[in-house]
Design a protein around this ligand. Structure first.
Ligand SMILES: CC(C)(COP(=O)(O)OP(=O)(O)OC[C@H]1O[C@@H](n2cnc3c(N)ncnc32)[C@H](O)[C@@H]1OP(=O)(O)O)[C@@H](O)C(=O)NCCC(=O)NCCS
Length: 221
């Protein structure tokens, strides 16, 4: 049954902090946990190396990619992410692959009643791409959003050129709702984005992760 938009009792952030999974995908164990201060080394190593893979899809930042993604940047970012999560505004998850930090799935802009909505964004270490890891991670996060977090709607926006990300959203069954013109300043210009969404009424029987398991795309570890 979809959650009610009737105001909830105050206090806390339902469903946070949380550890999700694991799911096994092509021999890898995929899980999610809150981002940590000590993720900084892995975060910077992956993101500096993957500049050309990530930059076309991420919001424009000032100061140059290497500096913005260096290890010294992480503690400040982590602090902001942790604060937003504690205030119930976001769910900043690290993706772990075989126990190592390999990317992020972030639920942001969490608005509770009467909307009960949030958006999901993600990135993954390029050396692990194409194996279904992000699809599995986002499935676990969607199940969490429509379960303990009690959201009614989860949205995602994606550039029409981002074939891999569109494939993730399509595989999971999010609906394309339209084109947002000049929506976000990405890689130095205002870029159109498709708007995708899914609501609680559309959660597959047993959840998103269960459907991946049924379809043979993942297994429970
Ligand atoms: C988008 C991203 C997270 C996908 O991660 P991933 O773990 O490789 O995704 P998955 O393996 O779960 O799924 C990728 C799907 O895209 C497909 N795909 C990947 N590259 C493709 C391409 N060039 N053309 C067609 N399909 C492609 C894969 O076949 C797979 O589809 P399938 O489920 O039908 O097999 C990763 O590419 C990434 O970090 N990109 C940069 C950051 C980014 O774009 N973030 C999202 C912003 S909206």
């Amino acid at each position: 049954m979809p959650p009610s938009a009737v105001p909830e009792p105050p206090g806390g952030h339902p469903g946070w902090p949380a550890v999700l999974g694991p799911l096994r995908v092509r021999g890898h164990e995929v899980g999610l946990r809150p981002v940590r201060l000590r993720d900084g080394g892995d975060w910077a190593r992956i993101r500096v190396r993957d500049e050309h893979f990530l930059r076309p899809w991420e919001p424009t930042t000032h100061g140059g990619w290497s500096r913005r993604n260096s290890g010294v940047e992480w503690p400040g970012r982590w602090w902001l992410l942790r604060g937003a999560a504690r205030r119930g505004l976001s769910l900043p998850f690290a993706i772990t692959v075989d126990g190592a930090m390999a990317g992020h799935v972030m639920v942001g802009n969490v608005v509770r009643e009467p909307l009960l909505s949030g958006y999901v964004g993600y990135w993954l270490d390029s050396t692990l791409g194409g194996r279904g890891i992000t699809t599995a991670a986002v499935a676990l996060v969607l199940d969490h959003c429509f379960g303990p977090v009690r959201l009614h709607r989860v949205e995602a926006t994606v550039r029409p050129e981002n074939v891999a990300s569109i494939a993730v959203l399509a595989r999971l069954g999010l609906r394309r709702e339209g084109l947002l013109q000049r929506y976000l300043d990405v890689d130095g210009a205002w870029r159109d984005h498709y708007a995708y969404a899914v609501t609680a009424e559309e959660v597959p029987p047993g959840g998103f992760a269960a459907r991946l398991v049924r379809d043979g795309r993942a297994s429970r570890s």
